[in-house]
Design a protein around this ligand. Structure first.
Ligand code: ADP
Ligand code: MG
Length: 576
């Protein structure tokens, strides 16, 4: 690597400023990107306590000479660009010369050992609170090893915002996964204590990493695609309509080797899948755009997640076409290596149409109740004395319209269904009969970060009725699920529930309050808004609701029904 220099004022001012070190994963990202820029063939990442204790990155890249090493920790010191003109053609992952300085300033101490190929000895450097505390000659292999101790120990505000060690590990694993897909020619090893969280070998294509990530079954259904235009080219793989996710967490978009969120590319992809997959579902896909550096601006976002692309329309429309072709033509399946764990168990096919994520179905039912003066029905008499409702019909595919002696009654069908399921689940849980054995075990494939989650959630998941065990590789075999009825009996549905538990809401694996978890479960699979109901179905729903202890609010506290009584009607019609 060329010499490190301090950037001039003008260049500094043109650089998108901003704090890039938000959490341990940001440190990992910056340091590993430096290793990649240094042409490393192998990068080792070791973390303790989710990266909060220490983060150690070791590479076999070009290393730094003694003089460069001290410069590297100054703000705006970089070997990757010289002047503002170079900002127009960035070919490295880094260019701001800020990461090492920022990392050193927010951690208790940083230690570096580094050696270049042509020097006989290496250099050791220790910084305390961002200031150089020790430097000496040392013996070490070619490459660089950096250890960051006690991140944010002097920035309590940011330390407080960090999640538990397991959650931070998930962020770190996601970062390494992304980097390993696109830098498949580098071997990555991520571990904490004795646990390996991610491992990839040097390879000449991304297929090996994708196999680990997507699993054999999904990868076999994926099609490869290529596209080209003026100054750019795309290679990618796109998944079929049988292997879907409830969130776009398996869509990876890279531009010039950098993981980015590009709205244009994501939209082109989504459009190509429209009408092929159900609403609310996301495919698995990897899209890698290589574009001449002057056609892309990576200097718009401090963490470089967002970029500005030229020829965006051309790229989108060609990409859209190629994805659509790839989906209709499965003649070019991705070459997949056989999984080491052997054939996977038969997976029952999901029933994709009936599920959305919890967040979606809950959001759908949160339509504001516009007539605010209509208070939710008040105190409810005990079950037996509850007045019978006569159903008139359904409106907006969401509200059941009925009459009672009190007046007009409107019931939110999703909120009602959720309340019913919540009370049932709570009773099953309390009577220790929430566990429902599956007729056939089902196999689910977890991502590296989900594997971390499942181990920290194990006890809680078993407590609410799940039974699963590792099956080799990324596969888990599920033998029992919470008694949510038949709808949970597919690999996809189980996977969706786990993801919802891991990622949404305030529940944590050690939450002693089971209510929150049962609420999440109740929401899943409940009748949603937007579903047309027959009179019989509505009758059934209201009857079940009548048997609830607390039929007036959904588990999230929103009203299930509102009553418009005679007084309110008279007011509405100006009779009073
Ligand atoms: P940037 O990556 O934006 O240049 P950094 O603060 O991350 O800024 O790094 C400063 C400089 O230190 C880099 O430009 C590079 O020359 C050198 N450097 C950092 N990490 C490594 C590494 N692992 N191997 C070799 N050189 C490195
Ligand atoms: Mg850098």
């Amino acid at each position: 690597m060329a010499k490190i220099r301090l950037l001039d004022e003008d260049t500094i001012n043109k650089i998108a400023a901003g704090e890039v070190i938000e959490r341990p994963a940001s440190v990992v990202k910056e340091l590993v990107e430096n290793s990649i820029d240094a042409n490393a063939g192998r990068v080792l990442i070791e973390v303790k306590d989710g990266g909060k204790g220490f983060i150690k990155i070791t590479d076999d890249g070009c290393g730094m000479g003694a003089e460069d090493l001290t410069l590297a920790f100054q703000k705006h010191a970089t070997s990757k660009i010289r002047d503002a003109g170079d900002l127009e053609r960035i070919s490295t992952l880094g260019f701001r010369g800020e990461a090492l300085a920022s990392i050193a300033s927010v951690s208790r101490s940083v230690e570096v050992r580094t050696k270049t190929r042509d020097s006989l000895s290496g250099t050791y450097l220790r910084l305390e609170n961002g200031k150089i505390a020790e430097t000496k000659e040392t013996g070490c292999p070619v490459g660089t090893s950096i250890t960051v101790w006690d991140l944010f120990y002097n920035v309590p505000a940011r330390r407080k915002h960090l999640k538990g060690a397991e959650a931070e590990l998930v962020h770190i694993t996601d970062i390494i996964t992304e980097l390993a897909i696109i830098h498949f020619d580098i071997a990555f090893d991520l571990f904490t204590g004795k646990r390996t969280l991610f491992k990839s070998a040097k390879s000449d294509s991304w297929d090996d990493v994708l196999l680990r990530l997507f699993g054999l079954k999904a990868l076999q259904g994926m099609a490869a695609l290529q596209a080209e235009g003026r100054g750019w080219s795309i290679s990618g793989v796109v998944g079929d309509a049988l292997n879907l996710r409830s969130s776009p967490d398996r869509i990876f978009i890279f531009v010039n080797g950098r993981a980015v969120s590009s709205k244009a590319i994501a939209t082109a992809l989504r459009d190509a899948y429209r009408n092929i997959i159900p609403l609310g579902k996301s495919p698995m896909a990897v899209i890698s755009l290589e574009i001449s550096p002057e056609l892309v601006d990576v200097n718009v976002h401090p963490a470089k997640r967002e970029i500005r692309l030229m020829h965006e329309d051309e790229i989108s429309s060609v990409l859209f076409q190629r994805v659509a072709e790839a989906l209709s033509d499965h003649a070019k399946p991705v070459q997949a290596m056989p999984a080491s764990s052997g054939e996977l168990g038969e997976q029952s096919l999901a029933d994709p149409g009936t599920f959305g994520t919890i967040a979606q179905s809950c959001e759908q039912s949160t339509l504001p109740i516009e007539m605010t003066e209509m208070a939710p029905a008040e105190a409810m008499p005990p079950n037996k004395e509850r007045p019978k409702l006569k159903i008139l019909g359904q409106i907006l595919k969401l509200y059941i319209v009925a009459v009672s002696e009190q007046g007009l009654v409107l019931v939110d069908q999703h909120a009602a269904a959720e309340r019913i399921r919540f009370e049932r689940l709570t009773k099953l849980y309390q009577s220790r009969s929430i566990r429902q054995e599956l007729a056939e075990p089902i196999a689910i494939e977890l991502s590296p970060s989900e594997k971390i989650m499942i181990s920290s959630w194990q006890e809680t998941l078993e407590d609410i009725g799940f039974e699963f065990s590792p099956f080799g590789g990324n596969t888990y075999s599920v033998r029992a699920v919470p008694a949510l009825g038949r709808r949970l009996e597919s690999a996809e549905a189980v996977h969706d529930i786990l993801r919802d538990l891991f990622l949404r809401g305030k529940v944590g694996p050690d939450s002693t309050n089971r209510d929150d978890i049962l609420k999440l479960l109740a929401c899943r699979g409940s009748i949603k808004s937007g579903k047309e109901l027959t009179i019989a179905e509505m009758n059934r729903l209201l009857q079940d609701l009548g048997e609830c202890d607390n039929p007036l609010t959904c588990p999230h506290g929103r009203p299930v029904m509102v009553v418009i009584d005679q007084n309110q009607l008279e007011r509405l019609f100006g009779r009073r």
